[in-house]
Design a protein around this ligand. Structure first.
Ligand SMILES: CC(C)(COP(=O)(O)OP(=O)(O)OC[C@H]1O[C@@H](n2cnc3c(N)ncnc32)[C@H](O)[C@@H]1OP(=O)(O)O)[C@@H](O)C(=O)NCCC(=O)NCCS
Length: 392
């Protein structure tokens, strides 16, 4: 077959580009596993730090290993005054995901390990990034709202510390637990768009920060991690349960997207949505605003029915659907929903960068370089004759 006759697979659906030992998404069975473990089991029985350890080091830590790993994370839970000054120079209305992406590049400046491509250096960079994501984002929230930056508390775990640094208040047990579960659920999801971005950059042998900043940019889009912000905006626009049906019909009629519904891989329930829904209900009730949960429920049902009627296809809620009302009830600012996703997913990204660069099951690291089908038919089949400036 000639090169220009090769089949185009827009969006790379169904194309396998590498082997991985990190995770598996079975879109038909609705099953997600991290290094052999069902995500449901991890959400119920393991904390975020345990899951990060599992993703990075391929096995669940024992007590001592977890203690040491938590210590390593705690030691990196800071950003330098230079980075804080750089954040202060940014306009208060800058998008938090842009601040995060720029922040990742700034963090690279202070890390001597970026010049090294050893497994030890890459591991250190991974731990630093995982520890510093919540610090950087919390600092930005404090700075943009004119508040004092809150330093991490030495006695709080990752999820609770994030909430503490963000709000300046220690979260109660429920809040800390729900944040921890949300982080576990978002930590990894095979070759999704942002992970693919990270792996593609890593395949050039660029450093960990370069790969992770590309992933942050990819996650920010509304068809990927940015969907959780759009879900909340949608719920606000709808306002009441009774207005759901009309909203669904209007949006679909106009060819617009219903955020939080549909998935490129899952063709059944996303197992993470099942865990997030009751958490959202509980917290929405707790703040006396259960209507956010109820609108979501109604939207799920009416959205499903409308899809079936219009397109003849089943559609299901994805991870961003109930996480929106959950984060809202937790008091997280709406434009920080996607950053919360990033705080978690950085674990998956770094594990994938390590796998990409240090092979293991993935085989030899290979520079990613797909083909394209040139359709620039400017001068027929021949090249264009160059037109001088005077003749244009
Ligand atoms: C994630 C997403 C991009 C996957 O799209 P996909 O791979 O094309 O999914 P499908 O093949 O199942 O889509 C079938 C059809 O339904 C449409 N569709 C899917 N989800 C939709 C949604 N939420 N709203 C409106 N239309 C949707 C697709 O555009 C496609 O239409 P077409 O047949 O006219 O081309 C899509 O579901 C979407 O845009 N969802 C909303 C954004 C979101 O929540 N993203 C977070 C994902 S975790």
């Amino acid at each position: 077959m000639e090169e220009n006759q090769s089949i185009i697979n827009t969006g790379l659906r169904g194309v396998t580009i590498a082997s991985t030992r990190i995770s598996d998404v079975d879109g038909v069975a609705g099953r997600l596993i991290y290094r052999g473990y069902l995500v449901q089991d991890l959400a119920e029985k393991a904390g975020y730090e345990e899951v990060v350890y599992l993703l990075l080091y391929e096995n669940l830590p024992d007590k001592q290993q977890l203690k040491e790993f938590k210590k390593r994370l705690a030691a990196e839970r800071f950003i330098t005054p230079e980075v804080i000054e750089a954040l202060k120079a940014c306009p208060a209305d800058a998008l938090p995901m842009d601040i995060l992406q720029a922040g990742v590049a700034l963090l690279a400046n202070g890390d001597a390990d970026v010049q090294q491509q050893t497994a030890e250096a890459v591991d250190r960079m991974a731990v630093r990034l995982i520890a510093k994501f919540p610090v950087l984002l919390a600092a930005w929230e404090r700075i943009r709202t004119g508040k004092t930056v809150v330093e991490a508390a030495s006695d709080l775990d990752h999820a609770a510390n994030f909430m503490y640094m963000l709000t300046g208040e220690r979260p109660d047990e429920d809040l800390a637990h729900f944040m921890d579960v949300a982080l576990v659920l978002h930590a990894e999801h095979s070759f999704n768009a942002s992970t693919f971005s990270a792996r593609q950059v890593a395949s050039t042998r660029a450093h960990m920060y370069a790969a992770v900043s590309a992933a942050v940019g990819s996650l920010s889009g509304e068809l990927h991690g940015g969907a959780n912000v759009r879900v909340m905006q949608m719920l606000k626009r709808i306002g009441t349960k009774d207005a759901v049906e009309e909203y669904v019909n209007t949006e679909l009629e106009a060819g617009r997207v219903l955020f939080g519904l549909g998935h490129a891989v899952y063709k059944t329930d996303d197992p993470r949505a099942h865990i997030l829904a009751p958490m959202s209900q509980k917290l929405c009730r707790r703040i006396g605003e259960e209507h956010w949960y109820e609108i979501s429920r109604e939207l799920e049902q009416k959205g499903k029915a409308a899809f079936k009627a219009r397109k003849g296809i089943e559609i299901y809620t994805n991870v961003d659907f109930y996480s929106a009302s959950l984060y809202y009830a937790m008091g997280i600012p709406i434009d920080f929903f996607t950053p919360v996703f990033a705080v978690s997913r950085v674990a998956g990204w770094t594990a994938h960068v390590i796998e990409e660069q240090f092979a293991g099951a993935a085989g030899k690291p290979t520079l990613y370089r797909p083909e394209s089908d040139y359709i620039g038919d400017y001068c027929g089949p021949a090249e264009c004759a160059f037109v001088s400036m005077d003749e244009r």
